[in-house]
Ligand binder design. Structure first.
Ligand SMILES: [Zn+2]
Length: 290
């Protein structure tokens, strides 16, 4: 399947005449891998795309090594939507609940839910923020989150047609190039008004260089090299075996008696893992140490 030029990459840019930075992402095959892992309805696929675009924008906006997890929990048709993005641009994700649900808009799938943003730095440092999702778009919820947590004005625009996902973000930086408060406000307003003119189909199909030129050709943008985004699942045989530790020994024995082995399939990438009884029960009944 053909995706638009520049799909599966994210581009950072900096205004030359204002304290504003931005980022734009376009996802094709990476979101296709996530969206095709289960028989999701087109609406659920669309929601996964919006979450994926947002997760990449948030991750690339941080100077860190680790991963961010963007998830929503709700009482709506979907109990969970989750996308993980690492600082090296690897994404994976899943939706759980009534995954063939169809609602008028993607956000209604997670109506009344909460958005949880977790930043896990390599080495164990962890930060978590929560914002309500009631009555807002995903972009709107993220705008609120950034205003509260970082006290930096940030605006998100997200779009997904179920196949391609796109995101655009602008953030006002502390005064450096421009000290005059009035000019700073004016520059920020101008930039966000221009970005708000982006139609979804423009965001989803126009090459990024053209898009940035159209919007901000007067702002002497410094545009950085595109950073690739790929689908990659961090599951492994060892992690699956560790997960089996959570099950009761009796339960494991019953499965083995019935099947002769225990198998597990990663629900994010559908990789099957099979374990023989010795491996599994060896874990469930740790050897006595002398
Ligand atoms: Zn996996």
């Amino acid at each position: 399947m053909n995706f638009p030029e520049g799909a599966d990459s994210s581009i950072r840019f900096l205004f030359g005449d204002a304290d504003i930075r931005g980022e734009t992402v376009l996802l094709g095959s990476s979101i296709e891998r996530i969206a095709s892992a289960h028989p999701y309805s087109p609406r659920v696929q669309q929601l996964l795309g919006l979450f994926a675009a947002a997760a990449v924008l948030i991750s690339n906006n941080l100077k860190y090594s680790g991963k961010i997890v963007l998830q929503a929990r709700s009482q709506g048709p979907l109990s969970l939507v989750m996308i993980e993005c690492t600082s090296t641009g690897e994404i994976r994700g899943i939706a759980r609940g009534n995954i063939d649900a169809d609602t008028p808009t993607p956000m209604e799938l997670i109506a009344g839910g909460q958005l949880v943003i977790t930043i896990e730095r390599d080495g164990g440092q962890r930060y978590q923020g929560i914002v309500p999702l009631d009555g807002t778009t995903l972009g709107g919820a993220l705008d609120n989150y950034f205003e509260q947590s970082e006290q930096l004005q940030t605006r998100f625009w997200l779009a997904c047609d179920g196949r391609v996902a796109a995101g655009f973000m602008l953030q006002q930086l502390p005064a450096q190039r421009q000290q005059n408060a009035e000019t700073r406000t004016e520059q920020w307003q101008n930039a966000t008004v221009l970005a708000a003119t982006l139609a979804d189909d423009e965001l989803l199909s126009v090459p990024r260089a053209t898009l940035l030129h159209r919007l901000f050709h007067e702002s002497a943008l410094r545009v950085f090299d595109p950073q690739p985004v790929i689908f990659n699942c961090s599951c492994s045989r060892e992690r699956s075996l560790n997960a089996l530790r959570c099950l009761e020994t009796q339960e494991l024995k019953e499965i083995i008696a019935e099947e002769g082995h225990i198998s597990m399939t990663c629900d994010m990438c559908n990789t099957p893992y099979q374990f023989n009884p010795e491996e599994v029960l060896g874990l469930a009944e740790p050897p006595v140490l002398h």
